[in-house]
Design a protein around this ligand. Structure first.
Ligand code: GDP
Ligand code: ZN
Length: 469
């Protein structure tokens, strides 16, 4: 592994563009002296850790660049574990750029993406799982995703894995001792304790693995496909859903036959809506392609909102389709919306539209058109959407949710190794073979926490970061 602690790096930590303030971070053995050389104000070389100093950044010609506040953190009491000087200057396009240029001219090097966090990791300020949580926190697109990453950053997830790791390590040590003494036939490792520990490890890993789907939902959002015949009101419904929250992250308009995606947060969870081309039998080539795409979207969806026009009802083909989707093998939650309730007669008394579908007993009646003006009209639909993940979420403890694909696969391998060890124990296999399985499990846990790393993995993880983090 490269030891990154020899040179001093600098980068803008805040987003570019118009803002009141910007922060330029420097870290490394010379961070404080680099800033000190171009700082007019207190003598930073003498400054104590965790102190702030008002003054000016001055360029090589002695010209003032900007008025700034420099905050000093001395090694090892900083986020990177190195000397850190943070320069708060004015925001906008120019001041941060000029300040950074001045620092680079005085011997700092431009930081790579994630390099500050990587140094923190290398200096033991946070483990790999926590470093990854930093990236997740920055990229979090919903309130709950943010909460989970923050919890991971705070370390309870790592703590659990560490405890397990230490216990296994202990036991491994004992078993290995035993191997050295085989001739005397000593059993240092207590088999009962081993059995009990393996059982506990297996159940912790199972608990964690069971959260992985929830983790994926939180991180990537719930994929909702809006399907139905042309003119049923799919696009109107999508607009109503999105307009209400004004939380569109991306809306990619295409032709009417294309998919349109929009994102909305409901109850802290991100929902990604896809409006598909109508489902219709057709000989028209382009239309047929649209239908195929709609079918594929539905296969990939977590939830299907099926919209039909109450004036038309659900025809035989649609009924067959809905029966098919309800079939267990598809495992997609379906919400059926009877739209244009404003256009159908409501028989007095039961409040049910006259032409409700018979195949589906749970139809949500609404007017997508009216919902565009009446913000409360979609509340029942939003509730139904929130319900699709509510169970999953309430079962999971936010600090222990696995949100990371990399972790998931290491946890799976660790679980397999533990199972192998249990089987071996049952079969009365000798200690040295058991140790191999335990070592494997340890290796997998260590890979998550970063006690075992390779440069490729680290490179991949830290390159996901933005520069300055
Ligand atoms: P899509 O083809 O399924 O996307 O349907 P659109 O959203 O484009 O809607 C088709 C037509 O139905 C448009 O003229 C809409 O204004 C109209 N429409 C949609 N929802 C309603 C509704 O709830 N009530 C009424 N009266 N018209 C609606
Ligand atoms: Zn449409």
């Amino acid at each position: 592994m490269t030891t990154a602690t020899t040179d001093t790096i600098a980068a803008q930590a805040t987003a570019r563009g118009r803002a009141a303030l910007a922060i330029i971070r420097t870290s490394g053995p010379d961070a404080i002296s680099v800033v000190d050389q171009c700082f007019r104000g207190a003598d930073l070389a003498e400054a104590e850790s965790h102190t702030a100093h008002v003054g000016y950044i001055v360029d090589a010609d002695g010209e003032d660049v900007d008025q700034v506040v420099v905050t000093i953190f001395r090694a090892p009491r900083s986020a990177t574990g190195e000397n850190v000087a943070e320069v708060s200057c004015h925001g906008g396009d120019l001041a941060p750029k000029l300040v950074l240029q001045t620092l680079l001219a005085h011997g700092a090097r431009m930081a790579e993406p994630g390099e500050f966090t990587q140094r923190g990791f290398l200096n033991g300020k946070l483990d790999l799982a926590q470093a990854e949580a930093v990236a997740d926190l920055i990229h979090a697109s919903s309130t709950r995703a943010h909460q989970v990453s923050l919890q991971h950053l705070q370390g309870r997830y790592s703590e659990q894995l560490n405890e397990l790791r230490e216990e296994l390590l202990d036991l491994c040590g004992l078993m290995e001792l035993e191997i050295d003494f085989t001739e005397e036939d000593v059993e240092f490792a207590d088999r009962e304790r081993l059995e009990e520990l393996l059982g506990r490890a297996a159940s912790l890993l199972d608990t964690l693995l069971a959260t992985a789907d929830t983790g994926e939902t939180l991180k990537d959002g719930v994929r909702v496909v809006i399907g139905g015949r042309p003119n049923a009101g799919k696009s109107t419904l999508l607009n109503a859903l999105v307009g209400r929250d004004r939380a569109i992250v991306s809306a990619t308009p295409g032709t009417t036959r294309d998919e349109i995606e929009a994102e909305v947060e409901i109850d802290g969870v991100l929902f990604r809506f896809v409006d598909t081309a109508g489902l219709r039998d057709t000989t028209d080539q382009i239309e047929a392609e649209g239908v195929r795409r709609a079918e594929r979207s539905i296969e990939q969806a977590d939830v299907l909102i099926y919209v039909y026009d109450l004036q038309e009802g659900l025809d035989a083909e649609e009924q067959a389709f809905l029966r098919d989707v309800a079939d267990e093998s598809h495992a997609v939650e379906t919400i059926v919306v009877g739209n244009k309730v404003d256009l159908v007669e409501t028989p007095s008394g039961d409040g049910q539209p006259a032409r409700a579908a018979e195949v589906v007993d749970d139809v949500l009646y609404l007017s997508a058109d009216a919902a565009r003006r009446d913000v409360d009209a979609l509340e029942p639909l939003r509730d139904r959407l929130a319900e699709t993940v509510a169970d999953q979420l309430s079962r999971a403890d936010a600090s222990l949710i696995v949100t990371n694909q990399r972790h998931r696969s290491h946890l799976q391998s660790a679980r397999e190794a533990i199972q192998n060890a249990r089987n071996a124990l049952d079969a009365g296999v000798s200690g040295d073979l058991l140790t191999l399985d335990l070592r494997q499990a340890l290796h997998e846990l260590g890979s998550i926490l970063g006690t075992i790393t390779n440069e490729d993995v680290l490179g991949q993880i830290f390159s996901r970061f933005c520069i300055g983090k």
